[in-house]
Design a protein around this ligand. Structure first.
Ligand SMILES: Nc1nc2c(ncn2[C@@H]2O[C@H](COP(=O)(O)OP(=O)(O)OP(=O)(O)O)[C@@H](O)[C@H]2O)c(=O)[nH]1
Ligand SMILES: [Mg+2]
Length: 597
């Protein structure tokens, strides 16, 4: 393969700005996908992607354009999947930075642009959706000129609907994206793993960008970090299906089938090279740091091994997922999982349910805290029930985030108010040519995860966009809040909340439980406790309930059956940790389960 004829590029943009639709047109013009197989956003191959109309996973595909080979990687726009974008950027020399002409520059435009610059990718600015009657081509062009400091002629304009501008775009890709640079290191092959796929009979296929030499089927290869050797079963390219090719050479993007079946061996960011070679590992990428945690339990404990298998399998197609086994007295054994955001959490649990037919309990997501105890020892706590007693704590730290919000100017005052309510500290503001404001603020991650996105959507009628990056830990003023039923704390109901909101939260939780907990045979106190003090309390009056009362006459066996059932119920409630009160399953679930409304 002549290197000067290869172009590797990625499409990056804010969510919904038309990346996958533009990819459709590129695939069409290059006859990569036959017309009969073409459909909207054809690279969105997962059911969930198609149903929700969003891209979740990056997708590489190779196209032929005249004498050129174009390797395109389509990326997701949603912030929760930015790890996909960052990995894609390691494999390419250029990006199409798409900006929706009806929307203008949005928060993720800025974040993905910064990521592409950090990778030294050539940036081709492209206005999208220019066919739309709502397109503001001149305004948005001006925005891009300001943002990128480029002449107007550098900005392309396309429609993924009509195909307008796509031919010019293909020419620009060839002209502006540099061919891959390959240092002459002789014949030794070396590549960087950016993704995987898995199939039961062939095991793991690694997706990689080749930087040196040539890979062929039969080669003896080695993973550097994993320290594992294997024999390449097949090399190939993406059409977008995995399609065998005789070899993969420096500068190309493709896959190698490894035959390795056990999960957990191969990681993205690892280097694959000739087993006997002496080339050092390529600079990989950091594992992403989870932002929120939630526990996932099988509804039926017998499904635990299946859930473990499913998580390991899912991690092969989602390398940002992390998890470890844990047990909770109440829910049995399960997994504490780390996610890159709330949408990521939702997508992962949905995939576990669908792709692996599992019935799951997912707990309310929380963030992590770094706690220093009185004796000086430090730990990261990501389960509220494990948060130490207040008397044992010397200091607490929590992650902060810097958020970038772009919003219509009419919402500015509501936005400032919202930021204030969420402990946000505004650090910079800027006004765009079209009057929109860009606002940067620092705030505790905890506050960002407390419904901030939804509230932002509401106050801006959906016109604001948000992006964020995690900052180092800062000192936190938070407390553990416990809920007690009949004077006994229920560990699974514990939460960590801001000191200034502890009373409000306490009231809310007590109210909620009071409203849904059935009356018991005795008067039952429902309380919330923080810093060793009861700060909210309600009393549930007693209800006398005789389970056999309505059975008159002599149906002894039925009566017995009911009593048996009652006994079993008692046993279950003992297992639930509060000996005196039966917290029915559905009440329990309402209190601990995540809900996405
Ligand atoms: N009018 C018009 N609509 C478009 C165009 N391109 C995309 N759309 C619409 O915009 C929406 C989003 O398109 P996608 O191609 O899925 O956007 P995306 O950038 O891939 O979205 P994510 O991958 O989720 O970030 C869809 O409803 C498309 O039909 C275009 O050129 N013109
Ligand atoms: Mg997409």
């Amino acid at each position: 393969m002549n290197l000067s004829h290869i172009r590797n590029f990625s499409i990056i943009a804010h969510v919904d700005h038309g990346k996958s639709t533009l990819a459709d047109r590129l695939l069409e013009r290059t006859n990569t996908i036959p017309a009969r197989l073409m459909r909207d956003q054809v690279l969105d191959r997962m059911d969930l992607e198609r149903e929700r109309g969003i891209t979740i996973k990056m997708q590489p595909v190779r196209m032929r354009y005249g004498e050129y080979i174009l390797n395109l990687i389509d990326t997701p726009g949603h912030i929760d999947f930015s790890y996909e974008v960052s990995r894609a950027l390691h494999a390419v020399e250029g990006v199409l930075l798409l900006v929706d002409a009806t929307q203008g520059v949005q928060a993720q435009t800025l974040t993905t642009l910064a990521a592409a610059r950090a990778q030294k990718c050539v940036i081709i600015p492209v206005l999208s959706k220019i066919d739309s009657p709502a397109a503001r081509i001149d305004d948005v062009t001006t925005e891009l000129i300001q943002l990128l400091n480029v002449p107007k002629e550098d900005i392309l304009a396309v429609s993924g609907k009509s195909g307008e501008g796509v031919d010019e775009l293909l020419e620009a890709i060839v002209a502006r994206v540099p061919p891959p640079h390959v240092a002459d290191k002789g014949d030794l092959a070396r590549g960087l793993v950016f993704d995987f796929s898995y199939s039961t009979h062939r095991g793991i296929a690694v997706y990689l960008r080749v930087f040196d030499g040539t890979f062929r089927a039969g080669d003896k290869l080695r993973f550097h970090a994993a320290g594992r050797e294997f024999s390449a079963l097949e090399t190939g390219i993406f059409t977008p299906e995995e399609t065998p090719a005789l070899s993969l050479s420096a500068g190309e993007i493709g896959y190698i089938v490894t035959g390795i079946k056990e999960p957990g061996v191969v990681a993205v960011g690892d280097t694959v090279s000739a087993a006997k070679g002496s080339l050092p590992a390529l600079a990989g990428y950091e594992r992403p740091r989870p932002v929120v945690w939630a526990s996932v339990y099988p509804e039926d404990q017998n499904d635990l091994p299946d859930l473990r298998k499913a998580l390991l399998r899912l991690r092969l197609s989602d390398s940002s997922l992390s998890f470890e086994e844990e047990s909770s007295g109440v829910l049995g054994r399960g997994f504490r999982c780390g996610f890159l955001g709330l949408l990521h959490l939702e997508i992962v649990t949905e995939r576990l349910k669908r792709e692996f037919a599992l019935r799951l309990i997912v707990t309310i997501p929380t963030i992590s805290y770094r706690v220093t105890r009185i004796n000086g020892s430090q730990e990261t706590v990501y389960t509220p029930a494990k948060f130490p007693d207040h008397g044992d704590i010397k200091g607490i730290e929590e992650p902060w985030a810097i958020v970038t919000i772009i919003a219509p100017s009419a919402t500015t005052s509501a936005l400032v108010q919202l930021l204030y309510e969420h402990e946000g500290e505004i650090s910079a503001t800027e006004t765009y040519p079209d009057g929109r404001v860009e606002l940067r603020a620092e705030m505790p991650l905890r506050e960002l995860m407390r419904g901030f996105f939804d509230k932002l959507k509401n106050i801006s009628s959906g016109y604001a966009s948000l992006s964020y990056e995690i900052l180092p830990l800062r000192s936190a003023d938070v407390q553990r809040l416990d809920v007690l039923v009949a004077e006994e704390p229920v560990p699974a109901f514990a939460r960590v909340v801001a000191s200034r909101r502890v009373e409000e939260e306490a009231e809310k939780m007590v109210e909620r439980l009071h409203a849904i907990l059935p009356r018991q045979l005795f008067t039952t106190k429902i309380q919330a406790r923080a810093m060793g003090r009861i700060i909210s309390s309600r009393t549930l009056s007693a209800a006398r309930k005789d389970v056999t009362g309505y059975l008159y006459g002599g149906d002894v066996s039925r009566k017995k059956k009911l009593l048996e059932k009652q006994k079993r119920g008692k046993k279950k409630l003992l297992e639930r940790g509060t000996g005196r009160v039966n917290i029915p399953e559905e009440v329990f679930m309402k209190m601990v389960q995540a809900s996405y409304e």
